[in-house]
Structures are given as structure tokens and as C-alpha cells.
Design a protein around this ligand. Structure first.
Ligand SMILES: Cc1ncc(COP(=O)(O)O)c(C=O)c1O
Length: 444
């Protein structure tokens, strides 16, 4: 496939460029990739993932330089668990935040060192806890008192000791979409600091024989577009850690969760890795005269992979009604759920830009649901039947939330870098759709 040098960055996505009206990703024509691999197709840019992750390591390096303490990045696997992506991140030194035995399995296959794996979740199952203990992970983030008891009992049965951190609920408003807010009292996650439940759980754990208390954890929400909530979170966590140290309880790790947003809407400026690092490190450092500072763990998902992915669909129909002009593409909400479930905004663009032909379009998939619409009232260059259309910034919570609704196979996925294009997920076939179904004898 012929590669063109990047002429100009498109819509702020570093790896997407436009040359003579034709969009490229990592220097390759998107349309040619779509022709070769078919649609719907996820295209992930390795270059962009590397850039996003390197921005994190560079920004947080100061913490290690100034405190001598470790900074561990545990990629939130729920954002994207494709094995090529998780292997790439492991190669770059990134750990794993997992929430199921499936994600832990993928982390192990990706060869993530056990001391960079943390296990989250408010309802961990015994089999999952066992697998985490067998893997000797860095910590289970305990979400409730009964979760703690279950971890201790499971470890006891296995004759092992499990490392535990405590997910606290700091009651901080993340100022994000309510469906992805997690650190308010009304949310289901974590142990309340204010009413003393968190302290009670930690003291219980210190009396238990099969858990080892290692840290404090918190995650206040996802797609945060302001820095203030992170500062408020860091202050509440550090105040809690200081109050614990006054009772003689020392915490090795402070895990601040993930949550940094990405600029889905290119007109809105939002904080980047440097802003997050400055805010968090400056806040934590103000406590350095009170305690020995902890290691820092961060669990970003979206801000590592979100901007690196696009979903390409082919235009099958145009439908012009009195109300709107509709573009129907072969990708649908089963491939990418975010607009349907969160009313999330994603930039949408034809892959060939016919300059000066802007019109207002609705872009929809082909599923039998009115919510199967990727974007409404978009003023974009015209799209004709047969044109390829890209939905941008779908690298996080895209393929990982994809499903088989309307019995559609999940899409294929390729990874691009400056040297090559690799297929990293095969398109699901018709037989894949029924592979796990069984018809009982009396119906045959
Ligand atoms: C506990 C935990 N950590 C990290 C993340 C990652 O969040 P984000 O993708 O916004 O960085 C999530 C996402 O929901 C989470 O629940």
C-alpha cells in the first residue's frame, strides 16, 4: 500500500492527515485500507498510542525524580482489550487495571508483570479472586467490607496472602456524564471516608491473617474535562493517608484511578497529561513534610487509546426526507455503542473531502433501533453512496463494548504504524455468531 508523508494534521488527531482531500492514517489512505480489509473496520494507530503513553511517562517522571518513589501506569483494560494493543502497551512498560478473570487472562497473555497488575470491581467473584492471588498481583482494590472478607477467606483457603488496597469514595463531583461518574456518595463504588467505613475496613484488614494492606485507591469518573476534581480527589486521599499515618498505619501505594478526558469535540480545549501530572504531583507534594510519600499508581484508559482509533463504515444508502438528509452506513451501534448509550459526541467525516460541498447530515447505522445514529445535524462535506465515512476517537470503549446485536459479527481491526498495517482482529463470521448456541435433541 502506498504511503504518503503527513501533510497536515486533521481535526487535531495527530495521526490523521489530509492530502488532496484524501484522509490518511499514519500516512496510509484510509479508503485503501477499508477496501483491503472491508467495513465496518476499526483502524488503530500504534503511533498515536505510543505518543499518548509517552506523554504520560514524561509528565509523571517528575514524581520519581523528586520523591524517589515509583510511578506505575496500569492501563484500564476495559477501554480496549485487543491482545495486540495490550501487548504493545506492556512492551512500553505499561501495567494493567483489570476487572475480570477475562481481563486478567489477557494481561497475563500480554506478559504484564504481576507487580503492575491491579484488580478492580465492586463484585469480584471467588474464581477471579483466586486467579488474582495465584498471579500474585500488586493489589486487589477492595470495594466494600464483604469484598474484603471474601478476599481474605479465599486467600486463607489457598494458604496465601493477598495484597489489598482500599477503594475509597471521596464524594467528589467529577463534572462528567452521570453514567460515567463513580466517586460520589450516591455511586455504588468504594468505601465512604466521611462516615468512617473506609477506616473501619482498613482496621479490619489489619487484623486479618490472609491480607496484606498496601494502599489506597480511588477513581472518581471517566471523561473528566476539568482538572479541579482531580485536585480535590488528591487532597482528600492525602488527608486520609495522613490521618492513617497518625494512627500508625502506613500506605505503600496511592492509586488515583484514571479518568482524564479526550477532546471528542475539537472545539473544546481540555486538560492533557501534563496538566494532570502537574496538578496531582503538586497536590501530593504539599504533604511531603507530614508523611513519607507513597508510590503512585495511575489507571488511564481513554486518554491512552481513545484518540488512536477510528471506525470506518461504507455508505450504503442516502435517504432524503422532509426533516433530514440521512446517510446510512454499514457500521452500527453494535460496533460502537457510545453515541447510543451516552449520547456521546464523535467527530464524523467522509474519507474523501469534497471541499466546498458542506451539507447538514444525519449519519446512522443499519440496526433496528432509533438510537443507532452516530451523529445528527452534522455540517460536513457531502457524502454519497459508496463513500467511506470515519467516526473518530473510538479507540477507547469502542471494540471493547461492541456486541452481536441484530446478529451482526463484530468488526475487524487493523493496527497501523509508519512501517506496516497489521490485522489485529479478524471479522467475526456467521458461524461465530452461533458457535456457543446448542439446540436440544427434542428440537432436532
Ligand atoms: C476503576 C477504574 N479505573 C480506571 C478507569 C479508566 O478510566 P478512563 O478510561 O476514563 O481513564 C475506569 C473506567 O471506568 C475505572 O472504573
Amino acid at each position: 500500500m502506498v504511503k504518503n508523508s503527513q501533510e497536515n494534521v486533521f481535526l487535531g488527531n495527530e495521526m490523521i492527515s489530509k492530502k488532496d482531500g484524501i484522509l490518511h492514517i499514519d500516512g496510509y489512505k484510509i479508503e485503501e485500507i477499508a477496501e483491503k480489509y472491508g467495513t465496518p473496520l476499526y483502524i488503530m494507530s500504534e503511533t498515536q498510542i505510543k505518543n499518548n503513553f509517552e506523554k504520560y511517562t514524561q509528565a509523571f517522571n517528575r514524581y520519581t525524580e523528586e520523591t524517589g518513589k515509583e510511578v506505575i501506569f496500569s492501563f484500564a483494560y476495559k477501554a480496549n482489550t485487543n491482545l495486540a494493543i495490550t501487548t504493545l502497551l506492556n512492551k512500553m512498560g505499561c501495567g494493567a487495571d483489570v476487572v475480570s478473570s477475562g481481563e486478567l487472562y489477557i494481561a497475563k497473555l500480554s506478559k504484564v508483570p504481576s507487580n503492575k497488575i491491579v484488580f478492580n470491581g465492586n463484585c469480584k467473584l471467588v474464581e477471579e479472586i483466586k486467579m488474582g492471588i495465584e498471579t500474585d498481583i500488586r493489589a486487589f482494590n477492595v470495594d466494600g467490607i464483604s469484598d474484603l472478607i471474601l478476599i481474605n477467606e479465599t486467600a486463607k483457603e489457598m494458604g496465601k496472602i493477598a495484597n489489598v488496597s482500599f477503594r475509597v469514595n471521596p464524594n467528589v463531583d467529577p463534572k462528567t456524564h452521570p453514567k460515567i461518574s463513580t466517586g460520589l456518595k450516591k455511586n455504588k463504588f468504594g468505601l465512604d471516608i466521611e462516615d468512617g467505613t473506609a477506616l473501619k475496613a482498613i482496621k479490619m484488614a489489619l487484623e486479618m491473617e490472609n491480607v496484606n494492606v498496601v494502599g489506597i485507591h480511588c477513581h472518581i469518573g471517566s471523561q473528566l474535562t476539568q482538572i479541579d476534581p482531580f485536585i480535590e480527589e488528591a487532597n482528600k486521599l492525602m488527608e486520609f493517608i495522613v490521618s492513617l499515618s497518625e494512627e500508625g498505619i502506613k500506605m505503600r501505594d496511592l492509586n488515583i484511578g484514571g479518568g482524564l478526558g479526550i477532546p471528542y469535540d475539537k472545539n473544546t480545549k481540555i486538560p492533557v497529561q501534563d496538566d494532570l501530572a502537574k496538578a496531582v504531583i503538586d497536590t501530593i507534594m504539599t504533604y511531603s513534610d507530614k508523611i513519607e510519600l507513597p508510590n503512585l499508581i495511575i489507571e488511564p484508559g481513554r486518554s491512552i487509546v481513545g484518540t488512536s482509533g477510528i471506525l470506518v463504515g461504507k455508505t450504503i444508502h442516502r435517504k432524503e426526507t422532509k426533516v433530514a438528509n440521512w446517510i446510512m452506513i454499514d457500521a452500527g451501534m453494535n460496533d460502537m455503542m457510545r453515541p447510543a448509550i451516552y449520547e456521546a459526541y464523535h467527530e464524523i467525516t467522509p474519507c474523501t473531502i469534497r471541499e466546498g460541498t458542506e451539507e447538514v447530515l444525519n449519519i446512522a447505522g443499519g440496526l433496528c433501533e432509533s438510537s443507532d445514529v452516530f451523529g445528527k445535524d452534522r455540517k460536513i462535506p457531502t457524502i454519497q453512496v459508496g463513500d467511506y465515512v470515519a467516526v473518530l476517537d473510538v479507540g477507547a470503549y469502542g471494540i471493547s463494548m461492541a456486541n452481536n446485536y441484530n446478529s451482526r459479527g463484530k468488526p475487524a481491526m487493523v493496527l497501523t504504524n509508519e512501517n506496516e498495517i497489521s490485522l489485529i482482529r479478524e471479522r467475526e463470521s456467521l458461524s461465530d455468531l452461533i458457535a456457543k448456541d446448542r439446540v436440544p435433541n427434542h428440537l432436532l
